[in-house]
Design a protein around this ligand. Structure first.
Ligand SMILES: Nc1ncnc2c1ncn2[C@@H]1O[C@H](COP(=O)(O)OP(=O)(O)OP(=O)(O)O)[C@@H](O)[C@H]1O
Ligand SMILES: [Mg+2]
Length: 882
């Protein structure tokens, strides 16, 4: 029975799950230790792979090959999860308490709030995350499998047990597999083990069963990837049954918290703390002064509702999802939603050269001997190398094969030494006229270091130190003209030697160079200017050499003041590294690890770093960056490591994406500014009024209704327009600045609340309440008048301030809100004015207001608007902020 037949790992109980995984592990180890024939038979496969029909059947049986790191929730589970958030729980508790003490109205209103906050985010979020997921599928990784005996490309999700997969450098291991053949096959298992050095895997069957499957020499695991070499492998288990699947439930923590997450959390806690203190204070004050403790409790709880940012989760998700959709229109596919705000915060963008600064149309232009004379022999050797190598099929090899169509029938591949980014070269050994010839091609410096002789025409000379510099001359000339140059060298061995290692790449004969031209991209110039204007520094991180890179940079208008090579970087201390990454714009001849180090150093310096790359050598840096950006045409591991995938590799597209990220961020900040400052203001007003006024300044049910309406007025924020100025610079989260804003702007609203209290108390005669002759009925109507007065003023001012805070400029005149934003706030204001006259007035305890009240309120609103605008302008001038 194949290991797949086992029951899937239990998710409910981690301990049980682990035991089950161990059981499965034993099965897996057994399968890797069996003779190959038997293993194939037992999983119902053969060396030529499954037929399409078999694969389909197996897919139906085993399910898609997916490891859901973020478990997809069923609608009901999702709903329950949302209800369990602290903000919503609090509302539910209040609803329950209100129901328990017979306040049915409060219960209804609080429930409506829950419905608005949870319902809206549930519906919008599910809808847009489905859309985002669909988009994600467009850039999903693929793999090669044998189906009906043919190499076929399928989505990784479609791989089934029994499939024979074909792996080469840059491939993701699409399942847990047993190797059938392997050639210089190195796998990076860092995703599973944290070990960053690649591990060599072979097809050898272990002599005895190891303790864990990770120690098997002939097994590779889902989630790891091929650094170099080639292999064919038999798929044994897929999806949640893989080692990674079993682990991923325990590794759910995933990525470290971002700047943004921390900001949101800090803010939520700030509000929660404020709320707790407030509720206790209000409860005591009301209880002590009014001697009605039930009322005090209800009032306190209602006030606490007013202070919770219950719309925050909805704001976040809806804003992000909306951002992802509008980015998709610009050919930017967001794989992980939270990456969006980081995207807007990026202030240093690191990018590779090929395809970003150049057109990605590598064309072979020259094949010359070391003196620069055209040479057919150089082309022949280069062609053989590209033709027979099986490891890495990149642009360079494709360009060579496209350039010529040579006859290779007289040659036979004996062995190969695949490309890797440390050696920067690759060799094939071919049998040619009875000899075994090793042909090596790669970066010129690296080829030189393996050569002891050179060839001109048919003469071979030793390389003596004096001529080394001369040898470089031709290459430099080509580099300066923008050519990317590779060296070609060879060495002949006897036919008795059949296996080769990297040691054999020595004592070579330098034959000549091939030169490629990859023209600079026309749009790069403009894009770089836009990025610069947007406050984003661009740095180039490439494995190519300095001369070509400088030439390309100059062509696209990127100023190059300092270039640093990988060798120089390697000799620096950590502190020096941190300085150098600031100063230099161009980094050349980097190894993959060095790309990662540069990104990490920039992050340590406090930058938010984006990294754009599409190669195997970019994967570590993509993971290390705040935002990893790859391209649809990039290798799978790069796409997998990225947060964002571009359908088109272009800095222009990237700039638009960054802007969209900033817009999303700006709207989230808007909500937080509004929420925190008006809550803070309300806090002052409630505290003062509870103490000063001999009755409840607002009924609990009114406070709740007020909040519900205010929440509704905010639903327009995710679609709101954002001022150009606001997204002109990278946006980052500054909790301190938000706190300060709250402290300065919040009290402005209290000013007008107190004015309203005075107005109701003195001008509209509510102080008569104290007069002993008054009967109970008249007293109650005075109370209602006061409460209605404050209810209306509070709602109108709160809603108005939304428009003042949404921009740094003069609202309406210099910056117009989106129409849905305008509509939401306007309708809430109209509703607020209408409620005291509406059929609901009784239920809410509202009474009609005297005509002169409306005049006063109009004056208050105007004065408030002006004052709030002035304070806001002063604040931004003094303290800055997003
Ligand atoms: N197919 C190949 N055969 C031999 N050598 C190669 C091949 N591909 C790349 N190299 C060598 O390895 C070096 C580094 O590779 P590459 O230029 O792809 O790095 P990179 O950092 O991805 O560059 P870029 O920034 O342009 O994307 C190249 O300059 C070249 O000398
Ligand atoms: Mg590259």
């Amino acid at each position: 029975m194949p290991p797949q037949g086992k029951a899937p790992v239990s998710r409910r109980n981690a301990a049980v799950g682990w035991r089950a995984a161990n059981q499965e592990d034993k099965e897996f180890i057994r399968f890797c230790s069996l003779p190959l024939e038997q293993a194939l038979r037992e999983v119902g496969s053969r060396l030529s792979g499954l037929t399409a029909e078999e694969a389909e059947e197996k897919l139906a049986h085993f399910g898609p090959n997916e490891v859901s790191q973020l478990k997809k929730l069923k609608p009901l589970q999702d709903l329950v999860k949302r209800l369990k958030s602290p903000l919503v729980l609090q509302l539910l508790v209040i609803a329950a308490v209100s129901a328990a003490i017979g306040e049915a109205k409060s219960t209804v209103i609080v429930s409506a709030m829950v419905l608005l906050s949870v319902g809206l985010s549930f519906v919008l979020d599910r809808r847009s995350s489905q859309a985002v997921e669909r988009l994600g599928k467009r850039v999903q990784s693929r793999t090669l499998v044998l189906r009906d005996g043919q190499e076929t490309e399928v989505r990784i999700a479609e791989v089934v047990p029994g499939d024979i997969v074909v792996l080469h450098a840059g491939s993701l291991i699409p399942a847990d597999v047993r190797l059938i053949t392997a050639k210089d096959f190195f796998v990076s298992e860092s995703a599973l083990t944290g070990e960053s050095l690649p591990v060599e895997k072979t097809a050898a069957v272990p002599p005895s069963a190891p303790a864990t499957s990770l120690e098997l020499p002939n097994a590779c695991f889902f989630g790891t990837w091929v650094e170099s070499g080639t292999a064919q492998a038999l798929v044994l288990r897929t999806g949640q049954r893989t080692l990674f699947g079993a682990l991923s439930q325990r590794l759910a923590e995933e990525r470290p918290e971002t700047d943004f997450d921390r900001g949101v959390r800090d803010f939520t806690f700030l509000m929660m703390r404020m709320m707790l203190v407030m509720v206790a204070l209000v409860f005591l004050i009301v209880g002590l002064t009014k001697k009605n403790w039930v009322e005090a409790l209800l009032f306190g709880l209602s006030v606490s509702v007013g202070l919770t940012p219950e719309m925050l989760p909805m704001m976040l998700t809806v804003n992000l999802a909306k951002g992802a959709l509008s980015m998709a229109k610009k050919k930017v596919i967001v794989k992980r939603l939270p990456a969006i705000q980081n995207f807007g915060a990026v202030d240093v963008l690191c990018t590779d050269k090929t395809g970003t600064l150049t057109q990605d149309r590598v064309v072979l232009e020259k094949h010359v001997d070391i003196l620069g004379n055209p040479s057919e022999e150089v082309l022949n050797y280069a062609y053989l190398n590209s033709f027979f190598q099986t490891g890495l099929r990149n642009l360079i090899d494709r360009a060579i094969l496209e350039y010529a169509d040579l006859d290779t029938s007289e040659c036979r591949l004996v062995d190969e030494l695949p490309f890797d980014f440390q050696r920067r070269r690759m060799s094939v050994v071919v049998e040619y006229e009875g000899d075994h010839v090793l042909i090596c091609k790669g970066a010129v410096e690296e080829i030189f270091s393996c050569c002891s002789r050179y060839q001109i025409e048919d003469e071979i000379y030793p390389i003596v130190p004096a001529i080394r510099a001369d040898l470089f001359e031709e290459v430099e000339k080509l580099n300066r003209d923008g050519f990317r140059v590779l060296g070609i060298a060879y060495r002949e061995f006897g036919r008795e030697k059949t296996t080769f290692t990297v040691e054999d790449e020595s004592d070579l004969i330098l034959l000549g160079y091939i030169a490629f031209f990859d023209p600079p991209k026309e749009s790069a110039d403009e894009a770089l200017k836009l990025l610069q204007k947007a406050g984003v520094q661009v740095k180039v991180l490439t494995g190519d050499n300095a001369l070509v890179t400088e030439k390309v940079c100059r062509d696209v208008g990127l100023s190059v003041e300092r270039v640093v090579t990988g060798a120089q970087l390697a000799s620096l201390s950590p502190e020096e590294l941190e300085n150098v990454v600031e100063e230099a714009q161009v980094f050349v001849k980097l190894t993959p690890t060095q790309k990662e180090e540069v990104v990490a150093a920039l992050r340590r310096n406090g930058h938010v770093v984006g990294f754009l790359g599409d190669g195997i050598n970019d994967a570590p840096a993509l993971r290390a960056a705040d935002v990893g950006i790859s391209v649809d045409s990039g290798v799978d591991v790069a796409k997998e490591a990225a947060d964002i995938v571009l359908l088109e590799k272009s800095l222009l597209v990237l700039e638009e994406g960054i802007m969209e990220g900033r817009r999303v961020f700006a709207n989230i900040i808007k909500y937080i500014r509004m929420g925190s400052s008006s809550n803070f203001g309300n806090m002052f007003s409630v505290l003062g009024a509870s103490y000063l006024v001999p009755f409840l300044p607002m009924k609990p049910v009114q406070i709740l209704a007020n909040n519900l309406l205010y929440d509704f007025s905010q639903t327009g924020i995710p679609t709101d327009r954002v001022d150009e100025e606001q997204v002109a610079k990278p946006l980052r989260w500054h909790v301190e600045n938000i706190k300060r804003f709250m402290l300065f702007v919040g009290p402005v609203s209290s000013l007008f609340d107190y004015a309203t209290f005075a107005l109701m108390w003195f001008f509209f005669g509510c102080r008569e309440f104290l007069s002993p002759q008054l009967d109970e009925g008249s007293r109650q109507s005075l109370v209602s008048l006061f409460q209605t007065g404050w209810f209306v003023e509070s709602l109108l001012t709160q809603t108005l301030i939304v428009h003042i805070i949404r921009t740094k400029k003069v609202p309406f005149f210099q910056s117009r809100p989106s129409s849905s934003m305008l509509l939401a706030t306007l309708s809430v204001m109209v509703l607020g004015v209408w409620l005291p006259y509406s059929p609901f007035s009784q239920t809410l305890g509202l009474v009609p207001l005297p005509l002169s009240y409306w005049l006063w309120v109009a004056v208050f609103l105007l004065a408030y608007g002006v004052l709030a605008h002035l304070v806001k302008s002063w604040f931004f001038a003094k303290f800055g902020g997003e």
